[in-house]
Design a binder for this molecule. Structure first.
Ligand SMILES: [Zn+2]
Length: 247
């Protein structure tokens, strides 16, 4: 993203302690977004950081829109990816570790003086384990805490309008590849890809079929669709966080 026309960055890891502290003391800093993602296979052409990078991208744009009220924390970039371990290079963590780390990051923000925390997720595998424990995490934190996937923004109509495959979010297919084209085109690497010659080791036949379908659907990706989908997600998450901040 382009540089913000402000003194204080929105990213926690780019702030000094003085900038954060003064934001708390002068009341300008009220909410935090914790981006959650993964480091996992994204078919043959997308970088493994996609889920993390997309969550951070949405979070930074939301924070810019709600400036100066929102800080974006360091992302949780290793997710719950056991289902992709057939693909060498994927990192995974256990649901209990992931949810407790999310708790710890939210709790750190609370201890810093933040009273509204929204986790914005970019990896589907993280969603159910967090949602199953959301009430408990919220009760333990004792602050306004919520969790969403940024693609919760998309209605059936939106998906049918922009996604030729009708598939969203999918995995490294039309949607995620379109997002990458719009946000960080340097993360898409079609050069040298030969799917049929790839030495894949997918143990379940259904998964192998799905992987092939996602690969071909990814070729429908386009920057314009990606930009439209990003804009919808940013507006939706900003609205959700703004509502949290007002209550
Ligand atoms: Zn992904």
């Amino acid at each position: 993203m382009s540089r913000l026309p402000y003194d204080r960055p929105v990213q926690l890891w780019k702030m000094t302690r003085r900038q954060f502290r003064e934001g708390i003391y002068d009341g300008s800093l009220k909410a935090a977004i914790i981006p959650t993602g993964s480091t996992e296979q994204h078919n043959e052409h997308l970088e493994m950081s996609h889920d993390t990078d997309s969550a951070v991208y949405v979070a930074e744009r939301v924070a810019a829109q709600l400036y100066p009220g929102v800080v974006v924390t360091t992302p949780i970039s290793i997710g719950i990816s056991e289902h992709w371990m057939d693909h060498k290079g994927t990192l995974t963590t256990r649901p209990e570790i992931f949810t407790e780390l999310l708790y710890d990051v939210a709790d750190s923000m609370k201890r810093g003086g933040i009273t509204h925390v929204l986790a914005v997720n970019g990896h589907a595998g993280n969603a159910a384990p967090v949602r199953n424990r959301l009430d408990e995490l919220r009760a333990r934190l004792g602050i306004d805490f919520d969790f969403c996937c940024y693609w919760d923004a998309y209605t059936r109509e939106v998906i049918e309008k922009y996604m030729e495959s009708g598939n969203c979010p999918g995995h490294a297919s039309e949607f995620e590849t379109s997002f990458a084209f719009a946000a960080f085109p340097g993360h898409v690497h079609w050069e040298g890809v030969d799917y049929d010659a790839a030495k894949l080791t997918i143990s379940l036949p259904d998964r192998a079929t799905q992987d092939r379908n996602f690969h071909h659907e990814a070729k429908l990706a386009h920057t314009v669709k990606g930009q439209a989908m990003i804009d919808i997600a940013v507006s939706w998450v900003a609205e959700k966080l703004n509502t949290m901040m007002e209550t």
